[in-house]
Ligand binder design. Structure first.
Ligand SMILES: *Cc1c(COP(=O)(O)O)cnc(C)c1O
Ligand SMILES: [Zn+2]
Length: 421
């Protein structure tokens, strides 16, 4: 970690032991790969630096405007691609359709590589450079890898990727085009994850793996920081997001807690995690009040590949995020997730991949379960672009009877076409 940050330590999520940042690389030495750490800051020193006035006057672009709350110093160079500070749109039509007073859409489809993961990957590349590592590596279901390869290309840093061979073609194409070294593992994400851990240990590469590298939560929390600023410090009542490993929802929790600790907001939104019925580990764990350290893995089976996780890697933070904010987990069928893609695109102009459209399906489910009231404001995280998974979008449209009308060329075809109008 670069010097002159406000980080005071790294606290183990299991035993609460706090370590000086230079003394551990990734996880609690007592708890091995499960011993996720939480980054601690000196909030008293940050408070005067981050106020509505200093932020309004800030000339830093994107997510770096919250530098004092990140593990980088005031002058540490960051990748040049504009990352974060994505638009937050209020959408009256969706609010009416869902029966709530406001729906806000946080549009992270516009990130450099097309997903929310850029927030964390940009930070990973900065940290890898500060450690003088020979390469940066990650295992990923696809988007984290695409994001890392993108940010590494932007600063010309070597990048190694382990993805399940089953990842959507668009994501693999991104990796190759960005110039990463790509290993398509013949097996699930969990297998790719273990291989990446071992490869980093042997080669000394900087490891970006979610819920192993403690700083990834810090990159992801910037969405929450932005939501606070973009709502003029009046955050919504509930924030909904598709959940796989649980790093995003844990990051949102961290971001809102940071803002609350700094006195910039006076309450923390309820966090609602949306899972697919075929990958509902956290929903189950939350319902059963299960111990995430002993609950065994499930078999994940969903076409929403970005939220497929048999054993969510960030499950401790993900459960805490929902429990401590009095939020909830909801479960939606894959059909509802698929249907949400064209619904969202048609009503808002935002084209989402399945895991990203899940937040809209989840809002409807949460309303049906009475988890959000008609007078409340909800924010949906739209975490990745629909261009990531064309096959899913095509089958969603076909299922709704939306197909292109084939016509002949020339005058004959024109007549056919115009008759259909
Ligand atoms: C990674 C991802 C998610 C889920 O994030 P987790 O931290 O794994 O819970 C949701 N949507 C998209 C598009 C993603 O890439
Ligand atoms: Zn520990």
């Amino acid at each position: 970690m670069p010097a002159d940050t406000f980080v005071t330590g790294l606290r183990c999520m299991i035993c609460s032991e706090c370590y000086a940042p230079e003394t551990v690389d990734y996880v609690c030495p007592k708890h091995g790969d499960e011993g996720l750490l939480d980054v601690q800051y000196d909030y008293d020193r940050i408070r005067p630096l981050l106020t509505p006035d200093t932020l309004a006057a800030s000339t830093e672009l994107g997510q770096w405007r919250y530098r004092p709350l990140l593990p980088i110093g005031p002058h540490t160079p960051v990748p040049p691609l504009l990352t974060g500070m994505t638009p937050l749109y209020a959408h009256a039509g969706l609010a009416e359709a869902a029966g709530v007073s406001q729906v806000l859409l946080k549009d992270d489809t516009r990130q450099p590589s097309g997903s929310f993961k850029d927030r964390a990957s940009a930070l990973a590349v900065v940290l890898a450079q500060s450690k003088w590592a020979s390469a940066v590596a990650t295992a990923s279901t696809g988007n984290a890898a695409a994001a890392l390869a993108c940010m590494a290309a932007a600063v010309q840093f070597p990048c190694v990727i382990f993805v399940p061979a089953s990842a959507p073609q668009a994501k693999i194409a991104q990796l190759l085009a960005y110039g990463a070294t790509v290993f398509a593992v013949n097996g699930p994400y969990d297998a790719a994850f273990e291989m990446c851990l071992e490869a980093c240990r042997r080669m000394g590469w900087y490891n970006r793996n979610t819920a192993f590298n403690p700083y990834m939560t810090e990159g992801k929390k910037t969405a929450a920081l932005e939501i606070c600023e973009q709502t003029n410090w009046q955050p919504p009542d509930a924030v909904l997001v598709g959940v796989g490993d649980g790093c995003i929802i844990g990051g949102l929790h961290k971001g809102f807690k940071d803002m609350h600790t700094l006195g910039l907001i006076d309450r923390i939104p309820r966090l609602i995690g949306v899972q697919s019925e075929g990958s509902d580990y956290l929903y189950q764990a939350w319902r059963e009040d299960a111990n995430p350290l002993t609950k065994p893995a499930i078999t994940a089976d969903t076409m929403a590949d970005s939220i497929a996780a048999g054993l969510p890697r960030d499950r401790i933070k993900a459960l805490e995020a929902v429990c401590k904010t009095h939020g909830a987990y909801v479960r939606v069928e894959d059909e509802a997730i698929l249907a949400a893609i064209p619904e969202l695109a048609r009503q808002t102009g935002i084209f989402a991949e399945p895991a990203a459209a899940a937040s809209w399906a989840g809002l409807q489910q949460a309303r049906a379960e009475g988890l959000i009231q008609p007078n409340e404001r909800a924010c949906l995280l739209i975490t990745g672009t629909g261009l990531k998974d064309i096959q899913a979008a095509m089958s969603a449209c076909t299922a709704q009877g939306r197909t292109a009308t084939v016509v002949e060329t020339g005058e004959k075809g024109l007549e056919q076409a115009l008759k259909r109008m």
